[in-house]
Design a protein around this ligand. Sequence first.
Ligand SMILES: Cc1cc2nc3c(=O)[nH]c(=O)nc-3n(C[C@H](O)[C@H](O)[C@H](O)COP(=O)(O)O)c2cc1C
Length: 206
Amino acid sequence: MRRRIIVGISGASGTVYAMNLLRALVRQPLEIHLILTADGRKVAAHEIGQEGRMAYILEKHFGAVRHPESRLVEHDPDNYFAAPASGSFRHDGMVILPCSMKTLAAVASGVAGNLLTRAADICLKERRPLVLVPRESPLSQIHLENMLRVTRAGGIILPPAPGFYHRPQTIDDLVNFVVARVMDQLGINHDLLNEWGTHAPTDRGL
Ligand SMILES: Cc1cc2nc3c(=O)[nH]c(=O)nc-3n(C[C@H](O)[C@H](O)[C@H](O)COP(=O)(O)O)c2cc1C
């Protein structure tokens, strides 16, 4: 069976993280289940200047090259009949990026008000990997407490905080630093970033 990953996009800033992640995922023989919240779709349209189906935007505007055995399924966020709404749907992990403070709060309190937060709730109860990439700054006590709650419940909080020791040259390098960390957490191979210590700076012509 193909490995299955759930990717959620909520209405926080940083759609480009999700697009770069999806571009990296569709290059592999994976089954990707995509859930955009209603506000996620609006913010994404604003930030990338494109509307419509993500599979089309990915190929047309992000130059994604699909593996012939990759599958990208886009779900209606109001459809609780969709596969990710059930614990019986086996998958290999889920990420929400970017994760708004509203979606974080919903996950932290177990309020499954749409398919995205329902799927995240299921991950926690089934003890499957759940990675949240929260985007807000600065953070209130409520945000921090919600992150701690999710961490205590088994989720992983992965802030979009790129390092600079890889000497990024472009915005894509910075974005891919975060995307690589997400893929590491989900146990998916990638070539977005060299493992630190495996390449000396001189190997990279620096
Ligand atoms: C352009 C734009 C950027 C936003 N950026 C953030 C953000 O970075 N973090 C956040 O928590 N909310 C942000 N919001 C607010 C969320 O979109 C809003 O709270 C929304 O209800 C989140 O819903 P969702 O979590 O169901 O997607 C932004 C809204 C807009 C219009």
